[in-house]
Design a binder for this molecule. Sequence first.
Ligand SMILES: Nc1ncnc2c1ncn2[C@@H]1O[C@H](COP(=O)(O)OP(=O)(O)OP(=O)(O)O)[C@@H](O)[C@H]1O
Ligand code: SF4
Ligand SMILES: [Mg+2]
Length: 343
Amino acid sequence: MNGHIPILSVNGVYKRFSGPYSLLRRFKSEPQLAVHALTNVTLDVERGETLGIVGESGCGKSTLARCLVRLHEADEGVVRFDGQDISNLSGGARRAFNRRVQMIFQDPYGSLNPRMTVSQVLSEALSVHKMRPKPEIPGRIAELLDLVRLPADAAGRYPHEFSGGQRQRIGIARALAVEPEVIVADELVSALDVSVQAQVVNLLLQLQEKLHLTVVFVAHDLRLVRHISHRVAVMYLGQVMEISPSEALFSAPRHPYSKALLEAAPELDPAHKNRNVALRGELPSPLDLPPGCPFAGRCPHVFDRCRVERPVLTPRGPGQMAACHLTDFGAPGASSDQLPTGH
Ligand SMILES: Nc1ncnc2c1ncn2[C@@H]1O[C@H](COP(=O)(O)OP(=O)(O)OP(=O)(O)O)[C@@H](O)[C@H]1O
Ligand code: SF4
Ligand SMILES: [Mg+2]
């Protein structure tokens, strides 16, 4: 086959978790409820790009991130790395995958062992994957610290001696130690002060260009996502509603949910203050997904078909895909306020 192979591809992935099992349900012998964290997610991550993943809390961003690095196994569907189904990898191939795809976690406080110095943290990462012969390890540690712009004397210090932003740099250095091709960053800077967030995100942006990394950047903050991402996937209730080049998404979203999400983010448009108008209504429970479009209960453009037929991602403008029955929503020349016929 002579084709283009995305570095990561997600195809029809479902992930369910066991939900609460109330006494009443047990008493009535009803089955335990399932949380539908991912429902039929399909997307590609291209080599060298930064793909942003956004959406409200609980929409499945972290679950998707964890499926990409095989911290979760998909219940259905396939995740491929470099064309290979990652659930089939074993032995050396699995170790190679674990090295080539690195996850950086949200919590810079919890993910570093407080009893290990930075030097020990980094040399452990270098030794696990036999990245360097022993005598070269100190030199490589100095290089890694320089790469993430930490002072050389950071090597002998413990995590608690650093600020949150510096700890996140240590986390990045640890991920880079094994020379990965893909970094999956889940809320990399959410726990940091706003003033520090931009510095860490800019560092990631520079490293991505310098080292030709592929980055999957999961975040709440749309401003940061816009700044760093080439493309953005918008998730809602375990599904991808839209995936578009960043500028296209922010200037002309092709899905009513993307539009509502952008309007609910006042930082993107200070003139816009109607954050409660844009995202009105209740978020349906992932325990009880509606049969049609998951956004139907909140969508200002809902019509009959939306309640019975689940829309799937289909192409829109250049590089844009959206899962909505209104195929010309947001298209140039089309009025997004127009209701479909038969409403
Ligand atoms: N291990 C688990 N067991 C049970 N339910 C889970 C588990 N992990 C996630 N969930 C549920 O799956 C859904 C998706 O969760 P996920 O953490 O992926 O969302 P998220 O988009 O990352 O949210 P946030 O923005 O708050 O981090 C939620 O309803 C969540 O409660
Ligand atoms: S499919 Fe219908 S309910 Fe869903 S986003 Fe599109 S118009 Fe709204
Ligand atoms: Mg999360």
